[in-house]
Design a protein around this ligand. Sequence first.
Ligand SMILES: C[S@@+](CC[C@H](N)C(=O)[O-])C[C@H]1O[C@@H](n2cnc3c(N)ncnc32)[C@H](O)[C@@H]1O
Length: 235
Amino acid sequence: MPDRETSVVFDKERAASYDTRAAKVAPLRDTLHLLTRLVLSELPVNARILCVGVGTGLELIYLAQEFPQWQFTAVEPASAMLDVCRQKAETLGVASRCIWHNGDLDSLPASNPFDAATCFLVSHFFLQPESRQQFFSQIASHLHPQGYLVSADLASDMATSDYQSLCEVWARMLKYAEYPDEDVEKFLASHGKEAAVLPPDEVASIISSSGFEPPVLFLQTLFIHAWYTRACHQS
Ligand SMILES: C[S@@+](CC[C@H](N)C(=O)[O-])C[C@H]1O[C@@H](n2cnc3c(N)ncnc32)[C@H](O)[C@@H]1O
């Protein structure tokens, strides 16, 4: 990942607390998962799904349980996060349908094309639009022509009063999720410095210039925006 210089690290400590904190604000995540499920529900019964930046596997586990024959390739550079994901997959009996790749997307070996990719809360770590575009292009290159991408990221126009107002609610949400005060401050300070927080139209335009159709914005929860789209490259 070319411009990953962030104090938001996904180490053992964050991996161990990630799901507990997510559980405190589960309705936000549940909505994203349910809508993703509906977007992807017409895929073949044995679809192959690429989960980019799978973290502790919240999206993978949900989709694996909803679609019992889907196969997953989980890409995750942070070993501690992937270990939690793998452990949960084993406990819940879905690990036999998963391939684990402990590394960045650019180190994922080529394979048969995927029917869909999920990429939740990852691409905003690419600060430069060009590297973010390259990242989405890499995802497109792993997909069937017309394969789906569902992507969720922080997005907002930081120059607006709406952004300032949402920061207050965002901080309340993080505190409600029991992040320590210093983490809440760190997360807010990271906007625009360690996490790209661009206006939603700019994120959509980066996606559509990366081998995808213009994406459809289907969800906003505070700063998190989610889009779906389909690859439009020639295979
Ligand atoms: C905020 S977490 C999101 C995890 C999970 N997708 C979720 O929604 O809960 C972001 C994850 O992206 C991973 N990541 C960062 N850069 C990446 C890259 N270039 N390729 C794949 N994953 C990456 C991080 O290690 C981290 O686990």
